[in-house]
Design a protein around this ligand. Structure first.
Ligand code: PL3
Ligand code: FE2
Ligand code: FE2
Length: 231
């Protein structure tokens, strides 16, 4: 019950907590906003799946509103300019892939990498969140598993023809996630979230996703190492 002890020692109204929260909360709001936009773009790239993808985009919009309420509840103003820059590299790569019709890369970035990042972050945050944010985040994380599942199912159904593009997109984008984790490490610790736990949960979720899609353990080991070595 170490987590509970940590949680009761947190002062959600302290200046140090609110300062860190202004960046973490902004990251999450921006991430949800971009996820909303990305699913709308994916709906255009995958007209067969349009209805489902629009449904996912609406969920992301609700998530964004939920996290905005979390910031307001603590009287924190999210630093949106910081958060926009934070997502710049992943955003640029998604846009580049969308413009060239590389839907496999778009799915890897949004439905695998970003959703696994969100799942790891939200699961680590829930035990140390204030009561209001805890309730919101518990509802959100359930949806994120569905978003991850959408990507897994589509990529599994198109595995053979997607494999090479998935490997290349992994190689290009996993190091970015590592940089993003390093960048948020100090603020996350103030919220009682340890980077090691975030990395561990991310790798478990991402590795499981790659396995569900059809990659072998050997592939997954090799693909996971790219992130680590380039960090
Ligand atoms: C996709 O549905 C949402 C994408 C959001 C990405 C979130 C990344 C969060 C990294 C920061 C770690 C702290 C999380 C704290 C939660 C309030
Ligand atoms: Fe979301
Ligand atoms: Fe999502």
């Amino acid at each position: 019950m170490q987590q509970l002890e940590v949680s009761s020692e947190l002062d959600f109204q302290s200046e140090i907590y609110k300062d860190a929260y202004s960046r973490i909360n902004a990251i999450v709001i921006e991430g949800e906003q971009e996820a909303h936009d990305n699913y709308i773009q994916l709906a255009e790239l995958l007209p067969d799946q349009k209805e489902e993808l629009i449904r996912l985009s609406k969920m992301e919009n609700r998530h964004m509103k939920g996290f905005q309420a979390c910031g307001r509840n603590l009287s924190v103003t999210p630093d949106m300019e910081f958060a926009h820059k934070y997502f710049g590299d992943l955003h640029g790569n998604f846009q580049k892939a969308a413009a060239t019709g590389n839907v496999v890369t778009c799915l890897l970035i949004q439905s695998l990498i970003i959703e696994c990042f969100a799942i790891a972050a939200y699961n680590i945050y829930i035990p140390v969140a204030d009561a209001f944010a805890k309730k919101i985040t518990e509802g959100v994380v359930k949806d994120e598993y569905m978003h991850l599942n959408f990507g897994e199912v589509w990529l599994k159904d198109h595995f053979e023809e997607s494999k090479a593009e998935l490997e290349a997109a992994n190689r290009e984008n996993l190091p970015i996630v590592w940089r993003m984790l390093n960048q948020v490490e100090d603020d996350a610790r103030i919220l009682a979230m340890e980077k090691e736990a975030l990395v561990e949960d991310f790798m478990i979720a991402y590795g499981e996703a790659l396995s569900n899609i059809g990659f072998t353990t050997r592939d997954i080991m090799r693909m996971s190492a790219y992130g680590l070595t380039a960090a």
